[in-house]
Design a protein around this ligand. Structure first.
Ligand code: DC
Length: 212
């Protein structure tokens, strides 16, 4: 069983998905971390981020392990390295390639077939797990999302807002696995809401549907 939490960068997906998973006692799956692993490997290999064929081969050969806490690329703990700004920017570029997405979606389906998950990303409810019994689409205003990210990273607000708009455009305009709510998703605007309130609403939805 998968509870799908999708939405744009900075809407609070990771924090909310982690907290909901902890409250329900099930595993958290950060699908964005997988695209970040592809981006990290590509940046380190000096790969051309527009070369879909080369990136597909690279992605298919990666050994990515997630345990809900750490992200491992082969034997290496890359939990911190994948959050670097250059990797963040590269992740939204490598994730437009259909072959890269296919490889990551296959790995995600392999994981979710084996256990219950709260999975977060952009296409969990639409592509990875379209039969999820609960799909939540988290949003927040552009400014609020950028404010949250700037507070987290210490970067300048205007810089964060600009980079976020470019990432949003790439995420929503790409042909495969584009960011959009599933038809049966519950849309939750978190602007002005505290973490506890958002988590409480998602947990209540899960309980209403007999998932917890
Ligand atoms: O959620 P995040 O910021 O860690 O995601 C990193 C990048 O990966 C982001 O640019 C969008 C992409 N991504 C994706 O295309 N599909 C997903 N299911 C998750 C993330």
């Amino acid at each position: 069983m998968v509870i799908a939490i999708d939405g744009p960068a900075g809407a609070g997906k990771s924090t909310v998905a982690r907290a909901v998973a902890a409250e329900l006692g099930i595993t958290y799956l950060d699908s964005g971390a997988m695209y970040r692993c592809v981006a990290l490997a590509a940046v380190e290999a000096g790969a051309d981020l527009d070369d879909g064929e080369a990136l597909t081969a690279l992605a298919a050969g990666l050994d990515i392990e997630l345990d809900g806490r750490r992200v491992l690329l082969g034997e290496r703990d890359v939990s911190t390295a994948i959050r670097e700004p250059r990797v963040t920017a590269a992740a939204s570029r490598v994730s437009v390639h259909p072959g890269v997405r296919e490889a990551m979606v296959a790995r995600q389906r392999q994981l979710i077939a084996a256990a219950d998950y709260v999975a977060e990303g952009r296409d969990i409810g639409t592509v990875v797990s379209p039969d999820s019994p609960l799909k939540v689409f988290l949003t927040a205003s552009d400014e609020e999302r950028a404010r949250r990210r700037a507070a987290e990273t210490g970067d300048d607000f205007a810089f964060v807002l600009d980079a976020q708009r470019r990432r949003d455009a790439r995420d929503t305009e790409r042909e495969h696995g584009a960011l959009r709510p599933a038809e049966d998703a519950v849309e939750l605007d978190t602007t002005g809401l505290g973490l506890e309130e958002v988590v409480g609403r998602v947990v209540a939805l899960a309980k209403d549907r007999g998932l917890a």
